[in-house]
Design a protein around this ligand. Structure first.
Ligand code: SF4
Ligand code: SF4
Length: 429
């Protein structure tokens, strides 16, 4: 993973990416824009600047890839920022800085650590974990911030439903789908996994849940540690050998797994990475691709359920994987659901992995805009397909005094199959 001059040269300085960039919108400064960051990377390559000087502006990038979608010139921004960050970690960080950043990533991506953090906060009887406590622990505050009732509810039911290794398909068998449990998803969102299994089996897929699966490496690669991500990817290659599809319900993980060929570029495992990535599907994407049984109409019911929902585009779903229409199509087709678009649905909420821990000011500015856009729709609930966004947006809504339930699209579909929509979202703030 190297910073390539030819990638940087694709930028024609047109500025069409600027308004798609949350850090430029928040600061109005060129150095906090995609064009400015590309300029800084070139300056380092040309020897006019050192990585230490460029680092603060590269660190402030959310890695949301809004610029990559907006760019008419095909600048591969994801590749550029990942390569630049790897260089910054190597050349411009002190050992202490590296230690803290790696601690934060490990705390977020190791289920037993994450569970331990939640339990520690629980034992200290903190009703809502203060920011200083989250930062001291090296964990994104939206995670340890979860309301206490939610901690015990979630961590106590941990993995209960995944004892089963295989779940048979309903009706005619259409293939085998391996489910990625992920790190945050398995600890904090087991109900989304249950819903995913339910909709996939109704779709005619046998669901396989390999026991020996770990993290996808997304946070490592996004924060400049591709070597750690490669080790984790190799574990997944082994775990998902025998399935037709590798199904992911967290946008950041799916996006990274589709980019494994880039992670292994020029290495002997590149072919294996390509074969693996070809089988990776976001669950929304796979349902639309294969077709699924439409949930029953509620017209026969005495009371008509009608829910006004708004959908937040997770960056690594919309910009990272180009999945924009599939979750919307899925939601629109559910009887009783009214989908209202929020302004700036594709703009990053500021969660961005551990970004809200490392860059709290800019993350909070992005969150404020997102919360205002959600509330302006008058929606009763929010839909999000990424755990980081879900937690962060829940925090923003609660702080604004307007808590709303937040669902994953498959939860709504699973609810619809059961012919009722519950009042409980993935997160109740
Ligand atoms: S990835 Fe997002 S935050 Fe970073 S430069 Fe591009 S648009 Fe801006
Ligand atoms: S839109 Fe693309 S080409 Fe134009 S300034 Fe931004 S990165 Fe460069």
């Amino acid at each position: 993973m190297h910073l390539e001059r030819r990638d940087l040269q694709k930028c024609i300085h047109c500025g069409l990416c600027l308004q798609a960039c949350p850090t430029f919108v928040a600061t109005g400064q060129e150095a906090e824009s995609p064009r400015g960051r590309i300029y800084l990377m070139r300056a380092v390559l040309d020897g006019r600047l050192r990585w230490e000087q460029a680092a603060p502006h590269l660190d402030a990038c959310m890695g949301c890839l809004g610029c990559q979608t907006a760019c008419p010139s095909g600048v591969p921004y994801a590749r550029l920022i990942e390569a630049a960050r790897a260089q910054v970690e190597r050349d411009a960080r002190s050992p202490l800085q590296r230690w803290f950043r790696q601690l934060a990533i490990r705390n977020f991506t190791t289920p037993w650590r994450l569970r331990g953090l939640l339990r520690m906060a629980h034992l200290l009887h903190l009703k809502r974990t203060p920011r200083w406590f989250a930062r001291l622990l090296g964990a994104p505050e939206s995670v340890v911030w979860l309301p206490r009732s939610d901690w015990s509810e979630r961590t106590d039911t941990l993995d209960m439903s995944f004892k089963m290794h295989k779940v048979p398909a309903e009706g005619e068998l259409r293939g085998r789908a391996g489910l990625l449990l992920g790190c945050v998803m398995r600890v904090l969102f087991p109900q989304v996994h249950r819903a995913t299994i339910e909709v996939l089996t109704r779709c005619g897929l046998e669901v396989v849940i390999p026991r020996r699966q770990g993290c996808c490496g997304a946070l490592w690669v996004h924060n400049g540690y591709p070597q750690h991500a490669r080790q984790l990817a190799r574990q997944l290659f082994n775990a998902f050998r025998e399935v037709d599809y590798i199904v992911v319900n967290a946008a950041g993980c799916g996006s990274t797994m589709k980019e494994y060929p880039l992670l292994f570029e020029g290495m002997r495992e590149q072919r294996q990475a390509c074969e693996f990535s070809r089988r990776v599907r976001d669950v929304n994407e796979l349902l639309i691709e294969l077709g699924y049984p439409h949930p029953p109409s509620l017209a026969h019911r005495m009371e008509k359920v009608r829910r006004r929902l708004t959908y937040h585009d997770a960056c690594h779903l919309v910009h990272g994987q180009g999945i924009r229409e599939q979750p919307r199509a899925l939601l629109r087709q559910i009887p009783g659901v009214e989908l209202v678009e929020m302004e700036g649905a594709e703009m990053c909420c500021g969660s961005a992995g551990i970004y809200n821990l490392l860059q709290p000011k800019l993350a909070s500015a992005a969150l404020k805009r997102k919360v205002e856009a959600i509330l302006a729709t008058g929606a009763e609930a929010v839909v999000s397909a990424n755990p980081g966004c879900t937690l962060w947006i829940a925090q923003g809504l609660a702080e604004a005094g307007r808590p709303l339930p937040i669902y994953h699209p498959v939860e709504i579909l699973a609810h619809a199959y059961r012919s009722s929509l519950s009042d409980h979202g993935s997160v109740r703030a």
